[in-house]
Structure formats: structure tokens, C-alpha cells
Ligand binder design. Structure first.
Ligand SMILES: O=C(O)CCC(=O)C(=O)O
Ligand SMILES: [Fe+2]
Length: 377
């Protein structure tokens, strides 16, 4: 007899009650949809409390659509910069999200990117499966759900993650099919990196850190961003027969400093604002930018990473491409010393990208639980 049984504790069942289709789900939702399913399998059905559109009132479109604060990228670099910086600071404090227009990334390039990503997701499963690697640090990773090794309920999403730094090291691992994928994604990653650096500079200015030599040891944070990490995540959310039962992505915050998101015409992204889920209205050729956990830490809580999630729909596949930027793998992220004083004591411990990866290897990512684990007291 096991030593715990006599104490009335339940012995762990040796019976395997694994779903026989578990293996199938690991292959992703595109694969699942290709098999012609008409209903959402239990594996994807959320508990009622976590489902979208729980009450009819949330369906009244006029109540839920939101136009995010707009940041004019061209104006940011012109004579009205100080006004734009002010608007940026307000957007960061009130929403944690903003929409960037008038940027200088050619629209053709955005179109080509979405097109090549779509063609990647349309490749035969065996071709995509070459990149299904369990190691979260792999420079290229194809997968499904949010964290398929940990998620109890699966999300209605497949993804391709590409690390972008250092490019010459990672590029040979990127998918070789479609043939134009590497070239298109390299061009795009370089453009988004430049845009990130310009936006970070503006964010620092909005925090009153114009000099940019701001970290404890007087290391230039912008320089660290320039040498930092970039992860591109292409998301595919196939149309779903019962979209009210599941989510494309669960509520989460992004780990880095800023995320630059390109979404197509299909709605789906929702952000949490004042306790409500609001749908971000897509604006053609613009970027949705949001604050990640590392910027929340760096700003010592002045700018907060905001929970967001993705709804799926029954009529069309949705594609999005997120570019996540932070410092390099082992560089410490800590609250900026100039933002700490008696009235604003230090709120967070030191962290880095490596600790985040370690955390999600061992815990189910839920909402902002990584950031919570970095809070002092
Ligand atoms: O697809 C979207 O709209 C959002 C994607 C997202 O939140 C992410 O990749 O972290
Ligand atoms: Fe996200």
C-alpha cells in the first residue's frame, strides 16, 4: 500500500485518461480544420467563465469597438514632435496600446509579408511540421495554441515564430519554403526594428528620459535595444465553426518592451480597458503597438503592459504578424533609477528574457503571471 493511502489522501490514478485525439491536436488547428470538423472538439472548449461573448450585451458592436489613440509617425519626426510625444505618453498611460499611422514601411512590403505568411500556412502539414520543435529557444518554431506543452485547453491558433537576432546565425534555420519567405521576412524585420527604435526613443522622451543614458550603470538603454532581441510571430487563426466557445489567444501580456502588430482586415484583437474587453478596429496599413512587461518594469509601473486576447470568427481565417522587441537574452531588465524616488519606490525585481523563457517552460502562462512573479512584495 502506498504510504499516503492510509492517511485518506487520494492516490494518483494510474489509469490513462488521455484523449485518443491528443496527438491530432498537437498538429495544430489548420490540420484539424483540414480534416473537415463541424464542431469544436472539447480540447478547445473554454470553461463558460472564460468564453468570449458570454453575455448578449457584449455583442452590441457599438459598445465594444474601440479606436485606439493614433500616433502619427511622420509627425513624430517633424516640428510637432513635442505634441506627439505628449499624446504618446497619454496613450501609454491610459491604454497601453496605440495605433501608428503614416509610417515609412512601404504598403507593398506589408502586403507581401501577409501574403508569404499565408502561403506558409497553406503548405502541406509535413512541410510545416519540420519546424515543430519542443525547444522554446529554437530560432524557428512552428506550433499551435499558446503554450502547447502546458495548456489544458487549447487555443484556436497556429503560429510560426522566428528569432531575428543575430540574423546571420538564425537565417539558415528559417523555413526555406515558400522560396520568398526568408527575403520577405528579413526586409520586414529590419524595417520593424528601425520603427521600434524610433518609437522607443519617443517613449523614453515621454517618460522624461530624453538623454537616453538612463539605466543604473549609465548604459544607454537605446543602445541595448538596438543590440536587443526581436521575435517575429506569425499567427494563423482559421475560421472556427463555434467561435463563442474558444479563443485564438487567451488573455496575456507580451514579455518585451514594445510589440508592433500588423493585423489584416479581419477583426479579432481585443484589449482589456477599464475592466471591459474592447475590440480593436483594424486600420489598414497601420500598426498596433503595445507595451510589454519589460517596459512596465523599466518604467517602474508608470506604463503598464495590458491584457489582450484574440477572438476567432466563423467566416474567415485571420492572419497577424507580431514583432516583439526587448533586450538581448541575458541582459538585465530593471526599473530605471531615474524613475525611482521616495514617492515611487522600486516595484520590480531584476529580470531578463532568459528568465521569462525558463518561467514559461515550467508554468502555464496565465494572464500577467510572469510579471506578477517579478513584483517586489
Ligand atoms: O493576433 C493578434 O491580433 C494578436 C497577437 C498577439 O497578441 C501576440 O502574438 O502576442
Ligand atoms: Fe500578444
Amino acid at each position: 500500500m502506498s504510504p499516503t493511502m492510509g492517511l485518506g489522501l487520494k492516490a494518483k490514478s494510474t489509469k490513462t485518461d488521455a484523449d485518443p485525439l491528443e496527438n491530432q491536436y498537437q498538429k495544430g488547428v489548420i490540420h484539424l480544420c483540414d480534416s473537415g470538423i463541424k464542431k469544436v472538439p472539447n480540447k478547445y472548449i473554454l470553461p463558460v467563465i472564460e468564453r468570449p461573448n458570454r453575455n448578449g450585451e457584449e455583442k452590441k458592436v457599438e459598445n465594444v469597438n474601440i479606436k485606439l489613440p493614433i500616433i502619427d509617425f511622420a509627425a513624430l519626426q517633424g516640428p510637432n514632435r513635442s505634441q506627439v510625444i505628449k499624446a504618446l505618453g497619454t496613450a501609454c498611460e491610459e491604454y497601453g496600446f496605440f495605433q501608428v499611422i503614416n509610417h515609412d514601411i512601404p504598403h507593398d512590403m506589408l502586403h507581401d509579408l501577409v501574403d508569404v505568411v499565408q502561403r506558409f500556412f497553406e503548405l502541406p502539414f509535413e512541410e510545416r511540421a519540420k519546424y515543430m520543435l519542443p525547444d522554446l529557444r529554437a530560432p524557428v518554431r512552428y506550433g499551435t495554441s499558446f503554450n502547447q506543452n502546458k495548456d489544458g485547453v487549447f487555443c484556436w491558433r497556429d503560429f510560426l515564430k522566428l528569432m531575428c537576432h543575430p540574423l546571420s546565425d538564425v537565417l539558415p534555420s528559417w523555413p526555406s519554403s515558400p522560396v520568398d519567405l526568408r527575403e520577405t521576412m528579413v526586409l520586414y524585420s529590419k524595417q520593424t526594428k528601425i520603427m521600434f527604435e524610433i518609437l522607443m526613443d519617443a517613449v523614453l522622451e515621454s517618460l522624461g528620459l530624453a538623454s537616453a543614458t538612463v539605466s543604473d550603470d549609465e548604459v544607454d538603454i537605446l543602445k541595448q535595444c538596438e543590440e536587443g532581441s526581436q521575435l517575429m510571430v506569425a499567427n494563423c487563426y482559421p475560421s472556427c465553426p463555434e467561435p463563442d466557445l474558444t479563443l485564438g489567444m487567451p488573455p496575456h501580456s507580451d514579455y518585451g518592451f514594445l510589440t508592433l502588430l500588423l493585423q489584416g482586415e479581419a477583426e479579432g484583437l481585443q484589449i482589456q480597458h477599464k475592466g471591459k474587453w474592447l475590440t480593436v478596429k483594424p486600420l489598414q496599413n497601420s500598426f498596433v503597438v503595445n507595451i510589454g512587461d519589460h517596459l512596465e518594469i523599466f518604467s517602474n509601473g508608470r506604463y503598464k503592459s495590458v491584457l489582450h486576447r484574440v477572438l476567432v470568427n466563423s467566416s474567415k481565417t485571420r492572419i497577424s504578424v507580431a514583432s516583439l522587441h526587448s533586450l538581448s537574452y541575458n541582459t538585465t531588465v530593471r526599473p530605471c533609477s531615474k524613475l525611482i524616488n521616495e514617492a515611487n519606490p522600486r516595484l520590480y525585481k531584476d529580470t531578463d528574457f532568459a528568465s521569462f523563457i525558463e518561467y514559461i517552460t515550467t508554468c502555464e502562462p496565465k494572464k500577467k503571471n510572469f510579471l506578477e512573479s517579478r513584483k517586489l512584495n
